[in-house]
Design a protein around this ligand. Structure first.
Ligand code: F6P
Length: 329
């Protein structure tokens, strides 16, 4: 193993830069050359390779986003795209690859591994929807960003005695919505894992209004519906006495300065990815389980759906958060 390449793919997440920095510094420390591929799998196909050194990654531990840039690349899903990528990597004498990204990006990494290239993946997505790891790189920062924003919304909500509907990201997962409903002291989480119960939601709001609480906040996961659609349905019940306003947090959720947790997680995972490649590992993602950094085989994680943490569901119910009804499977 002499030359390792790294790329970031899919939606950026805060912590990708610290991960690239850790991979670069660990690789150089071990006597390897580290190559950065710009713009994800698209950049790989477009031959966008640069040599990374300590100057290029200097200060990156503090930066959100990914300085290598990223893309969603439909061509890479096709067999022809994977074959072309392998040829290009061979031209650049790449012996091993680290892919940082979400579910789709890790599938691309598995395809390359299956064709014989040593590949290690890192879970880089704010959604926390990757099976086999307690946390992805960027999740903690996104949670903290959402907390800051909802706290701000609450100030204006309280001044006007309003109810706010706040739409958060998460793709098909309700993780960000559930966790931040708990940590912002909000009243309702509308999440894809449970069936929304509009009657219960209206009851919660009615209770808040008659008990003279000065605000209510409903966090809606984008995986259920758009916040605007939820708000329409809520108002259509004609049972809500408070004024209702909507805030869609959008991509701001991905732009927070990486927290201590994400800087450390990304640094640990980046280090392990390089050490794993050096020791001959391939076809695995670096994960964190109960605080321990470890490797999980792609085949054990990529086809499985990650469940919400059961202790968080219990906590939400026990402290009176309305999260909807269990869906029978
Ligand atoms: O997967 C990360 C994520 O931010 C999702 O939460 C969101 O649905 C999606 O990416 C947005 O994608 P894009 O940046 O392509 O609009």
């Amino acid at each position: 193993m002499k030359r390792i390449a790294v790329l970031t793919s899919g939606g950026d997440s805060p912590g990708m830069n610290p991960a690239i920095r850790s991979i670069t510094r660990t690789g150089l420390h071990k006597g390897l050359e580290i190559i950065g591929i710009r713009n994800g799998y698209q950049g790989l196909l477009d031959n966008e390779f640069i040599t990374l050194d300590t100057h290029l990654v200097s200060g990156r531990i503090r930066d959100a986003g990914t300085f290598l840039q990223t893309s969603r690349c439909p061509d890479f899903v096709k067999e022809e795209g994977v074959r072309r990528a392998l040829d290009i990597l061979a031209d650049h004498r790449i012996d091993g690859l680290v892919v940082i990204g979400g579910d789709g990006s890790l599938r691309g990494a598995r395809d390359l591994h299956r064709c014989g290239l040593p590949v290690i993946g890192l879970p880089g997505t704010i959604d926390n929807d990757i099976y086999g790891t307690d946390m992805g790189i960027g999740v903690d920062t996104a949670l903290n960003t959402i907390i800051d924003l909802v706290d701000m919304i609450r100030a204006t909500a309280a001044s006007h005695r309003r109810c706010f509907v706040v739409e958060v990201m998460g793709r098909g997962s309700g993780y960000l919505a559930l966790m931040t409903t708990i940590s912002t002291g909000s009243q309702v989480a509308v999440i894809p894992e449970f069936r929304m119960n509009m009657e219960s939601i209206v009851r919660v709001l009615g209770h808040r209004f008659s008990a003279h609480y000065n605000n209510s906040v409903i966090i809606v996961a984008e995986g259920v519906c758009q916040g605007a659609e939820f708000m329409e349905r809520l108002i259509a019940t004609s049972k809500v006495k408070q004024e209702v306003r909507l805030t869609v947090l959008g991509h701001i959720q991905r732009g927070g300065t990486p927290t201590h947790y994400d800087r450390l997680l990304a640094s640990r995972m980046g280090e392990m990815a390089v050490l794993a490649l050096i020791s001959g590992e391939s076809g695995s993602m670096v994960s964190t389980i109960n605080g321990k950094t470890q490797l999980c085989d792609f085949n054990d994680i990529l086809e499985r759906r990650k469940a919400l943490p059961s202790d968080a569901i219990r906590l939400a119910r026990n402290i009176g958060i309305e999260i909807g009804d269990v869906v029978e499977s």
